[in-house]
Design a protein around this ligand. Structure first.
Ligand code: B12
Ligand code: SF4
Ligand code: SF4
Length: 348
């Protein structure tokens, strides 16, 4: 029987399309940072971050007999990724190609098949993003990079322009050394955040983060957040674009994550007119679908408020009839900003 070892798993991971792979022992994680995050309420309404606490911190609770965690990363640094942009309705860079969840899941499936071929008895648990695995912590422990002050996993060559996945396995694989912290005395990201959402280095308060409001959360966006949205219509990269490691990052982008022009700088007028049918045709299969129809149209109204072009007033007035509370509230906010005609959509 051929043995399953770290060298085999790493080779297989690279052959399956991952750009980086490392191995860590499946020992419980330091609960300190997660507990500080939860005790201060930084998880906002993502209650699952708290209810999954035990499994997130201990892979043996996820997969009985867990011995190792294989941390995986795929780059999305397309040419010119950190160049300045003029668009008034920007999409976070990770979301400009095909939905990364689908892209990474496909690679994970191929990797699990390779492992099963070699060691049919091995049991694995794999996840991308929404699984109960602390992907940044494992990537740091497995030597791929470190958790930067901006709360992202940074690598020395690809910066933080990497998306993560992890695979827990009940096999002993030779572990890599954890990556040292390389932020040093830099604090550029803390100052660059438009809402001051990073109160402690490495810990992001979702209640203030534009990424949370524009992607995860539907409904009303508080005015103090809406007023600081800048050009963002989906996600936010401000704490990443200022990072010196990202400015110097090598270009490396999975072909399926390559930016599509129509998905990078959104056409605000088209988005304000978007119907649910058009939404399904245009955005299904992209990461933007996570905001759902009502989230995207709401974000477009907020972006229109920032863009300040009064020619959009009729489109915004039409949105006062939307069946979605968050869309109507955003349209009222934008109209107040653009021509002072607040409240004409009637009560909430
Ligand atoms: C919840 C969540 C969010 C929340 C909270 C953000 C955050 N930084 O935790 C919100 C909605 C705000 C968010 C936003 C974004 N997210 Co997000 N998110 C997640 C998710 C699902 C869980 C993260 C989590 O558990 N956070 C709670 C904190 C406490 O956990 P943690 O940071 O992992 O801390 C543990 C370890 O890091 C460890 N640790 C080890 N070393 C160190 C060092 C320090 C200094 C500290 C403090 C901790 C620490 O301690 C903790 C355990 O106790 C992960 C996917 C996953 N399953 O991990 C994606 C994930 C972190 N997001 C991702 C992305 C791409 C983003 C955005 C960049 C999207 C965008 N452009 O708009 C932004 C970035 C915002 C930011 N500055 O972090 C990627 C990040 C890739 C990368 N290179 O880091 C991930 C890994 C998804 C993926 N599969 O690729 N996200
Ligand atoms: S994603 Fe934007 S809002 Fe969130 S912490 Fe980074 S800079 Fe701040
Ligand atoms: S901007 Fe500076 S402090 Fe922030 S993550 Fe990058 S290197 Fe670290």
């Amino acid at each position: 029987v051929p043995s399953l070892d770290a060298a085999f798993v790493k080779r297989a991971a690279l052959e399956c399309g991952f750009h980086k792979v490392g191995v860590a022992r499946a020992e419980p994680l330091d609960p300190g940072p997660l507990d500080r995050f939860l005790s201060r309420g930084y998880q906002a309404d993502m209650a699952w971050l708290g209810t999954q606490r035990e499994v997130r911190l201990d892979p043996a609770k996820l997969l009985p007999g867990a011995r190792s965690v294989v941390a995986l990363a795929v780059g999305y640094a397309a040419p010119g990724i950190a160049a300045p942009e003029a668009s008034a309705a920007r999409v976070a860079r990770y979301a400009r190609g095909r939905d990364y969840h689908a892209v990474l899941k496909k690679k994970l499936k191929a990797l699990r098949a390779r492992i099963a071929e070699r060691d049919p008895e091995a049991r694995t648990f794999a996840g991308v993003d929404l699984g109960p695995i602390m992907e940044k912590a494992w990537a740091a422990r497995a030597g791929i990079g470190w958790v930067g002050k901006n709360g992202c996993l940074l690598t020395t060559d690809l910066g933080s322009w990497v998306l993560l996945a992890a695979l827990v396995i009940d096999r002993e694989l030779a572990p890599d050394a954890p990556h040292p912290e390389r932020c040093g005395s830099c604090a550029a990201c803390l100052d660059a955040c438009p809402t001051g959402a990073i109160p402690e280095p490495g810990l992001v308060d979702a209640r203030r983060c534009l990424s949370y409001w524009t992607i995860e959360r539907r409904g009303d966006v508080p005015e103090e957040i809406a007023a600081r949205l800048g050009p963002w219509a989906f996600g936010c990269d401000d704490c990443q674009t200022v990072c010196p490691w990202n400015l110097a990052a090598r270009e490396r982008c999975d072909p399926e994550l390559s930016p599509r022009p129509e998905q990078s700088a959104l056409d605000l007028d088209a988005l304000l007119r978007l119907t649910e049918d058009e939404y399904r045709a245009r955005f299904y299969g992209t990461a933007l679908a996570r905001a759902r129809y009502e989230g995207l149209v709401r974000n477009a109204a907020l972006a229109a408020a920032q863009a300040g072009d009064r020619r959009r007033v009729p489109l915004l007035r039409a949105l006062l009839e939307s069946p979605f509370d968050g869309v109507r509230a955003a349209a009222r906010f934008a109209l107040r900003r653009l021509d002072g005609s607040a409240g004409e959509g009637g009560p909430h």
